[in-house]
Design a protein around this ligand. Structure first.
Ligand code: ADP
Ligand code: MG
Length: 282
């Protein structure tokens, strides 16, 4: 099923910033991987997080997901400041991440993969019936029809189906923020479209979806907002509708855009407002 993602360009933000990082910093030893990073994701939107290899994208989401603590800065969820202590804490706050390597268990079926580590139990025993019903429900609610049987082993799934199952696992738990680290990197054209359609539908259901991607075509196809990391600093977070590939590529490769544009030592445009981006020592 190949279809074009329906991208509704939005002039104004559709929801409040459900997730916001202010002045986020992270070092590994002497290496400052993130410096003064501002980042936000809104409900009902796809926020693309882009940047060259090593820019700090994965580190930023790992800090948001509780895998590493930020060394400095603040994180707000629904406007409330939170300190995320570990991944289970992030999950309990409605933050779910689908990592690049996907970590599905090949020798388990779709149902068991969806509930891996969070199995439903009744009287101490696995509640297979309830997990099976819930799996069917969540796949149907995501309009996923390509998975033949929810009792098939993950080893028999295609790359796109694996990604779909990993995403379904993440949205099973009333998540508010869904972070996807390069979900289409290993996929062909048709499967990429399927996953992008799913990404768009999830945002349309009200989730704040953060999509890490290298692919400018898919970024402009599906994203409402684009955040560009450059050498650990946020070069800018801009509305997709107000931007273009050339500008984003310039931000990715140089950290600035045009004369009088974003300057890491100065100010970056976020939406229509101007926000200081100088959390780091310039
Ligand atoms: N656990 C770690 N220890 C030391 N350095 C790390 C660690 N994780 C990431 N880095 C470094 O941080 C930088 C950013 O990495 P990463 O966040 O993976 O970038 P991206 O996802 O944008 O490619 C890289 O220079 C990488 O080598
Ligand atoms: Mg990465």
């Amino acid at each position: 099923m190949t279809q074009t993602v329906e991208h509704v360009a939005r002039e104004v933000p559709t929801g409040p910033a459900i997730l916001e990082v202010r002045n986020g910093g992270k070092s590994f030893g002497a290496v400052h991987v993130l410096r003064g990073v501002a980042f936000e994701a809104r409900a009902g939107e796809v926020t693309a997080l882009v940047g060259d290899n090593g820019a700090g994208k994965s580190t930023l989401i790992k800090c948001i997901a509780g895998i590493y603590p930020f060394d400095s800065g603040e994180l707000y969820l629904d406007g409330e400041r939170v300190t995320i202590t570990d991944p289970a804490h992030a999950n309990s706050l409605g933050i779910e991440v689908v990592y690049q390597d996907l970590a599905l268990c090949d020798n388990m079926d779709v149902v068991h993969n969806l509930f891996l580590g969070r199995e439903l139990r009744k009287h101490g025993f696995l509640d297979e019936g309830a997990m099976e019903r819930r799996t069917a429900e969540v796949l149907a609610s995501l309009s996923v029809r390509s998975v033949r049987s929810i009792r098939q082993h993950a080893s028999s799934l295609s790359g796109g189906q694996r990604q779909t199952v990993a995403i379904a696992r993440a949205v099973l738990w009333n998540s508010k923020v869904l972070i996807l680290d390069e979900p289409t990197a290993a996929l062909g054209v048709a499967q990429t479209e399927q996953v992008l359609n799913l990404v768009r539908r999830l945002a349309d259901k009200g989730l704040a979806v953060v999509l890490i991607s290298h692919n400018m075509n898919e970024v402009f196809e599906v994203a409402d907002s684009i955040a560009v990391l450059y050498l650990g600093q946020m070069a800018g977070q801009i509305r997709a509708a107000d931007s273009n590939r050339g500008e984003v590529v310039e931000l990715i490769t140089t950290g600035t855009r045009g004369a009088g544009g974003v300057n890491l030592n100065g100010r970056a445009t976020v939406g229509s407002a101007t926000t200081s981006n100088d959390g780091s020592k310039a």
